[in-house]
Design a protein around this ligand. Structure first.
Ligand code: ADP
Length: 164
């Protein structure tokens, strides 16, 4: 069985991520979406929340599994028996960082390759950070995330502003 892994923070999952997930799932027997448990990074959503949101959004794609991980991606990929890492490329600004990561991962484990999917033009400007930025100021995020995710995001900002 061919397994690929799509890692990221997904804080929160956007329409751009979902497009990559759908397309990547068609290229492999099994796609593991690996949610980085970035304790140190300032996330809006806990890793459990991010996993839950991804599970809800991908429930109709049978060969997608959502898992969380911490530590080295190549080690987690090896544990999952995945030989391919999927990453999305939006613009040239993504490229330098992604190239460096892909080369580093290749040195760490020669059996694992990184494959890049280019972002759909519709979503090439979408990022989790801009979703949070727009939502923080009460803007409409429906072009960037699904209605279900928009609900979760808006709830976070309502709770935040009520607790101030
Ligand atoms: P990270 O914190 O590792 O960059 P992200 O959750 O921001 O994780 O993104 C995970 C992956 O999805 C990265 O490869 C990123 O380039 C890709 N990605 C993010 N947004 C989009 C988008 N709008 N279209 C396509 N790929 C995207």
């Amino acid at each position: 069985m061919h397994t690929a892994i799509y890692p990221g923070s997904f804080d929160p999952v956007t329409r751009g991520h979902l497009d990559i997930i759908e397309r990547a799932a068609k290229t492999t027997d099994k796609l593991i979406v690996a949610v980085l448990n970035n304790g140190a990074k300032n996330s809006l959503f806990s890793v459990e929340e991010r996993v839950k949101m991804l599970e809800e959004e991908t429930k109709d794609i049978p060969n997608v599994e959502i898992r969380s991980f911490n530590g080295l991606l190549v080690e987690f990929a090896a544990q999952c028996d995945a030989h391919v890492i999927i990453r999305g490329l939006r613009a040239i600004t993504d490229f330098e960082y992604e190239l460096q990561m892909a080369q580093t991962n290749r040195v760490l484990n020669h059996n694992i390759d990184t494959l890049f999917l280019t972002a759909d033009l519709k979503y090439s400007y979408v990022s989790s950070s801009t979703v949070k930025e727009v939502a923080r100021f009460g803007g409409d995020i429906s072009s960037f995330v699904t209605p279900n995710i928009a609900n979760y995001v808006m709830k976070k900002f309502t709770i935040h502003s009520e607790s101030k």
